[in-house]
Design a protein around this ligand. Structure first.
Ligand SMILES: *[C@@H]1O[C@H](CO)[C@@H](O)[C@H](O)[C@H]1NC(C)=O
Ligand SMILES: *[C@@H]1O[C@H](CO)[C@@H](O)[C@H](O)[C@H]1NC(C)=O
Length: 296
């Protein structure tokens, strides 16, 4: 072609330049978007790496005063719960949150870290929230471990934590297990229904779903809600202060307020026989069960 380039080739080359500039911009935008998206996703993942388990415990209880300290095969119930929680691999730290000096002393004796919370805490979530504020360190996930489930499996705690860590959409996670047919109409046994991605749709003290025969359908896999729950730490800061909602008030189920406000809750299904201790009579039941299973 020599030194004389034709107008067309010069046009071509300038067009090429433009193409390259546009290409460069497109690649630049794509790279920037990828970096931003990665940072964004990482932010969620990173935010949810530091996990604390809190066992809220209060002495006063109308049905069972001093419940956390009741001996189960010679060990205080709160110690049994704490020992189980300590085995959970996902927890960086486990603390007992209480308003009671006797409980605090007992826990310090067996080696637990204790956070004193005020007597004005109305319930476990409020106590967890106050404990979180009082802890010097930052945490991303808070697991509320009920002190009255001394046989809680560490794997259940881990399952609930991992569900929340894997799902940036959810601010809350909890566990369910198969409902025993004899508990179908017990209002103290809370039932749950979930969608096909494992998000909670609803919780009820009544049997859900309802079969039009009016009877329990022996074929349906009904779900029983277990008390354990974990929260995104930022969500826990606002959770106790969200206004009570109509369904929450009607069912007397705090977690409904999460759903009624449009937040997502992840539900993990686990194999677990619930052995909550609600009354002094339950202590004997759990002791004989532990003997049966060589857990004493
Ligand atoms: C209701 O329960 C019965 C069994 O008791 C079952 O056969 C039926 O499919 C269930 N659902 C409806 C809509 O009837
Ligand atoms: C716990 O206390 C908070 C704040 O007082 C309240 O909004 C919530 O409904 C209470 N939950 C239960 C289960 O009573």
């Amino acid at each position: 072609m020599g030194i004389c380039s034709s107008p067309s080739s010069s046009f071509e080359s300038s067009n090429n330049g433009k193409t390259w500039i546009i290409h460069g911009i497109v690649v630049g935008v794509a790279v920037t978007a990828a970096v931003v998206a990665h940072a964004y996703l990482n932010r969620f993942n990173k935010i949810r790496t530091r996990v604390i388990g809190i066992i809220p415990a209060r002495f006063a209880s109308s049905r069972f005063p001093g419940k956390p300290l009741v001996l189960i095969h010679g060990k205080p119930m709160i110690q049994r719960t704490w020992e189980r929680a300590k085995l959970a691999a996902t927890l960086d730290h486990v603390v007992v949150a209480t308003d009671d000096e006797k409980i605090a002393d007992c826990c310090r004796q067996f080696g637990a870290d204790v956070i004193m919370t005020s007597e004005s805490c109305q319930n476990g979530t409020e106590r967890c929230n106050e404990a979180l504020q009082k802890l010097g360190k930052k945490y991303d996930v808070v697991v509320n471990i009920q002190g009255d489930e001394p046989l809680i499996e560490p794997e259940i705690i881990d399952g609930v934590v991992k569900a929340l860590q894997a799902d940036p959409d959810a601010v809350f996670s909890t566990a369910v297990t198969s409902l025993n047919p004899e508990d179908a109409h017990d209002p103290n046994r809370v039932k749950c229904v979930v969608d096909n991605r494992g998000y909670a749709i609803y919780f009820s003290r009544g049997l859900i779903p309802f079969n039009k025969s009016g009877k329990i359908n022996q074929q349906f896999p009904y779900l029983l809600h277990l008390g354990i729950q974990s929260y995104d730490a930022k969500f826990l800061k606002i959770y106790p202060y969200l206004q009570p909602t109509p369904l929450q008030l009607e069912e007397d189920l705090e977690q409904l307020k999460v759903l009624e406000n449009g937040y997502k809750m992840k539900v993990v299904k686990v194999d677990h026989e619930a052995h909550g201790v609600d009354t002094p009579e339950d202590v004997q039941k759990i002791e004989s069960l532990m003997l049966e299973r060589n857990l004493a």
